[in-house]
Design a protein around this ligand. Structure first.
Ligand code: UD1
Length: 339
């Protein structure tokens, strides 16, 4: 029998792509989202792509009574928790907002799961837990560095909460540590919808290329890297979504080896900011207006994943290349501008 997955934050960037991949693999999907950083039309887009409209709850996951109603109305096998704030810069200015939302939603969900006797949880973690790593590539056992932002703290604390709860036998959890999620659905019906001026490289490049922003600043070309700009591990959001489907399968079929598993989700390939610009220009035929600026405070020179564990244990491997990440992001950017 197909498992039912509650996707908390299922209309957001990664949540919507995951909902599509889950439906494609015949999971029943229930989406809960408070539309704080997502749009209602994405629910229809999920239906357009898959032919299935998920059950939808407009719920703030910090509201325990409303969250509990989902569990009382529907049997749930696995929960995937995407419903968190994600702007690093905003979290530095408004740390309380991040601690409140990201931690209380996680605790609420787990309390509701416990009451409803649901034991399987997938948590959206991030490579941000590693901070500025001393050794590369980073493996799952690379120690956490002190978080530089409240956002980073909430990811570290989230993982710690899961460690303690799984040790106490309350839940089984899989944390997926995302590197740099980019790209959009191949149909151009879904993608990232940043609020205001984006902080992250990909949406900034796309909006500059399309004329919505004037100029991209490359944050530093004097790092100790081959071309002087920072290296990151960019991962296509559809590949990332598929990693969640595999994690669901793993928990549902009780194939997890321990009650608290952690996987790095990246490609394992470092790419520089200047390379991204080159590939963007080659794939789109658009010349990008950019300048070299100062380093951005808090940026690590190089971060990329050791993905051996995800490959061997989870059985997942990234399939989509950088060209595909750029082309799908560009197609999505153009479609957003036309609508
Ligand atoms: C950031 C977050 C990370 C989060 C991830 C989500 C920090 C310290 N980390 O990672 O926690 O999980 O986003 O995707 O903020 N760059 C430019 N010009 C720009 C924007 C970015 O040169 O206008 C460069 C940055 O210096 C960096 C690379 O592009 O080298 C990627 O930056 P970004 O997309 O912001 O991601 P991260 O900083 O790696």
């Amino acid at each position: 029998m197909a498992a039912t997955v509650l996707v908390a934050g299922g209309l957001g960037y990664i949540g919507s792509h995951t909902s599509v991949e889950l439906i494609k693999k015949d999971f029943n999907v229930i989406v809960a989202d408070n539309l704080s950083n997502s749009e209602f039309f994405i629910l229809e887009r999920i239906e357009q792509i898959t032919g299935v409209k998920p059950i939808f709850f407009n719920v703030d996951l910090t509201d325990k009574i409303k969250t509990a109603e989902i569990f009382s109305q529907h049997p749930v096998d696995v929960v995937i928790h995407f419903a968190a704030y994600k702007s690093v810069s905003e979290s530095v200015k408004e740390p309380l907002k991040y601690f409140h939302n990201n931690l209380s939603s996680l605790i609420n969900i787990i309390e509701c799961m416990k009451d409803a006797k649901v034991s399987k949880l997938i948590f959206s973690s991030s490579a941000t837990v590693y901070g500025q790593p001393e050794k590369l590539p980073v493996t799952e056992s690379t120690p956490f560095q002190k978080a530089l932002s409240a956002y980073g703290s909430t990811k570290q604390m989230g993982e710690e909460i899961l460690e303690k709860l799984t040790a106490a036998g309350i839940i089984n959890a899989v944390s997926l540590r995302y590197f740099n999620p980019v790209g959009a659905h191949g149909s151009a019906l879904m993608g990232e919808l940043p609020i205001g001026i984006p902080n992250n490289l990909f949406p900034y490049v796309m909006q500059t290329g399309a004329g919505g922003l004037e100029q991209l600043t490359v944050y530093g070309n004097d790092y100790d890297t081959p071309d002087g700009s920072c290296l990151r591990d960019y991962i296509h959001v559809v590949d990332l979504a598929k990693a969640h489907v595999m994690a669901c399968d793993r928990l549902f079929q009780q194939k997890n080896e321990t009650s608290c598993e952690v996987f790095n989700i990246g490609t394992g390939k470092p790419t520089s900011v200047l390379e991204i610009i080159k590939v963007f220009e080659r794939c789109t035929g658009v010349k990008l207006n950019y300048k070299i600026g100062d380093r951005r405070e808090g940026d690590a020179a190089v971060v990329y994943a050791d993905i051996t564990k995800a490959n061997k244990v989870l059985g997942w491997k990234a399939e989509l290349e950088l060209d595909e990440m750029i082309k799908s992001s560009w197609k999505w950017e153009l479609s957003v501008r036309q609508s």
